[in-house]
Every structure is written in structure tokens, then in C-alpha cells.
Design a protein around this ligand. Sequence first.
Ligand SMILES: Cc1cc2nc3c(=O)[nH]c(=O)nc-3n(C[C@H](O)[C@H](O)[C@H](O)COP(=O)(O)OP(=O)(O)OC[C@H]3O[C@@H](n4cnc5c(N)ncnc54)[C@H](O)[C@@H]3O)c2cc1C
Length: 326
Amino acid sequence: MSGSSALARTLKNPMRPALLAASKSQGLEAFSQRFAFTRAVVSRFVAGYALEDVLPAVAELLASRFVSVDYLGENVRELEQAKATVQAYLALLDGLGALRDELAGRGLVLADGAVEASIKLSAFGQSLPDGQEIALAGAREVCAKAAEVGALVTVDMEDHTTTEATLSAVRALRRDFPWTGTVLQSYLRRTEADCREFAAPGSRIRLCKGAYQEPGSVAYQEKDEVDASYKRCLAILFGGGGYPMAATHDPAMIVEAGRLANGRADSFEYQMLYGIRADEQARLAAERARVRTYVPYGEQWYGYFVRRLAERPANLVFFLRALFGR
Ligand SMILES: Cc1cc2nc3c(=O)[nH]c(=O)nc-3n(C[C@H](O)[C@H](O)[C@H](O)COP(=O)(O)OP(=O)(O)OC[C@H]3O[C@@H](n4cnc5c(N)ncnc54)[C@H](O)[C@@H]3O)c2cc1C
């Protein structure tokens, strides 16, 4: 990162570097998990702590849109934790399959692709010794279960040290489960090339800006550069015959995706996070656009939650107000 661009970014959101560093702190995670008040605040962004909490929220969303459910967790350090994550996803997918049947019984027949699970390979053990094979085996199990219950899977993208390994896992998964989606991040300098590779018929690509603290050697540092890259990447994805998934809350990117889709509402989807710009999600859905809400749940909310605080100073103010009871 150049000194001037780091300064420009820090001036726009002075807490961002500290918050993104804090998002990786195990000590702070253990500390914040102890307090009941954090739960009240966290619930703005996290739909529940257990499967039985999240399914009613998912059912409500499915009345007007698609969902992608994320069982929170990342960077597991023990094989047992990785196995537990896989088991949690299998239970989640069984729950989503049962929910789908229950909704059909009530007259709400879901469209193909309405239900998806989002997975992080670091939660499946990617950073353990032999982690790539372990994570891939876990992801395969989850994809097989998804196929059984009529759901989809998208592999989230984490920090740039894992990009190549994650894309290579996705290429392997797509051989058996061609509908497996992946995420590309417009802040990475490599992403236009990745869009060209993946923008082929049948591919499902979620384009986001990227949520991690990355060095200037691999990532654009200025918002304008990240936004310009997002637009170039969107154009490649829309031109490539695949199924673009525009994951953004940014009004300018939402307009650009709509422009490129040129009236073909079923050829792409908008994606936004649970609890963020809920009005805009409802507006787009009411206009018959495909909107997918990314719904995180689980006890391991810390890293996800702190990244949301880092994205927007107003979220941090909201958190601090709740903390001090105002
Ligand atoms: C469905 C989905 C999946 C994602 N998956 C990944 C992933 O796999 N890997 C990854 O690195 N990142 C992921 N992200 C996060 C993404 O990379 C960005 O960090 C995040 O979406 C903020 O970028 P933005 O495009 O919304 O635009 P920004 O430029 O950050 O924001 C534009 C505007 O959106 C609104 N907004 C943005 N963020 C917030 C917020 N937290 N709270 C309230 N308002 C907000 C504000 O009005 C803001 O002015 C995902 C995002 C979405 C929506």
C-alpha cells in the first residue's frame, strides 16, 4: 500500500485498519463472546445463533426473494472443528430441504436456485496441514447434500493468500457439481483475469468489492479504483454468458448491474447482506428483480460482525451507542 493511498483510506474511515486487525484477534473474540449486550447488537447482522433460530428468518425472506445461508466460522485450527463445520452444514441443508417442503405444503413453491448455502474453506480446514484436501473433501460432502435437497452452494472468498487455493478447489468442485458458485473480489488486481476465466456459460459468479485488509501489491487501495474495477468486472461477467451475482449495497453498482442486464431480470441476481439496506432489498424484490439475501447464523459471529463494523463508520456508532446504553 502506498503511504498516500493508505492515508486517504484511513481518513475516510479512521477505524478501518484497526477493526480489520481486530477481526482476526482470538483474544478479543473470546472477550466479546462473554457479554450478553453484544448479542443484542450482533442480531442486527446475524439472523440467529442456532439452526432453529435461523430457519424462521429464512422462511420469511423466501416469501419474496432467494437466500444464501452461511454457518458462521472461519480459520479453524483443529481437524475436529473442520469436521464439526461440515456436520453443521449437512444439518443446515437438511433443515433447508425440510423448510422447502413445508413451504410447498403452505402453497409457496420455491423457484429453482432459491436456496443456497455459502461456505468458507478456512472453516473446512483449509489452513491445516493437508488442509486443501481436507477442505475439498468437506466441500464435496456439502455439495452432494445440497444436490440431494435441491439447494446450491457458493464458496466465499477470503483474504488474498487463499485466492488461488480457493479457485482451484472451485474448479475441482465444478467438475462434479457444475452449479457451484464462487466469489471474486473487485479490489484484487487479478480479478479481471479471473472474471474472464469464470465468465462462461453455466458459471455462477458472485462479484463483491472485498472485505479484508489487503496490501497495495495485490489490491487497489482507493474506493474509486475498486469501484471502477467492479464495473469492468461486471461487464466481463455479463458479457460471458454465465450467471452474474452482483453482491453490493452500493447504489452506483446496483444501477450498473441493472443497465448491463438490459431488462433480463432472470439472467442475474442482486445479493445483499442480512440487515443491510433492507429497504433497498425490498424495493428491488418488489420490482421483480432477483434478490438474494446472505443470511449468517451461528455462535462464531465475531470476525463477520467486526468486518461489517469496519465497512461503515455509522455501524460502529450504532454498536457504541448500544454498548453505552444510549
Ligand atoms: C451477498 C454478499 C456476499 C459477500 N461475500 C463476500 C466474500 O465472500 N468475500 C469478501 O471478501 N466479501 C464479501 N462480501 C462483502 C463485500 O466484499 C463488501 O465488503 C461489502 O459488501 C461492502 O461493499 P459494498 O459493495 O456494499 O460497497 P461500499 O462501497 O462498501 O458501500 C456502498 C454503500 O453501501 C452501503 N453499505 C455498505 N456496507 C454497509 C454496511 N456494512 N452497513 C450499512 N450500509 C452499508 C452504504 O450506503 C455505502 O455507502 C459480500 C457481500 C455481499 C453483499
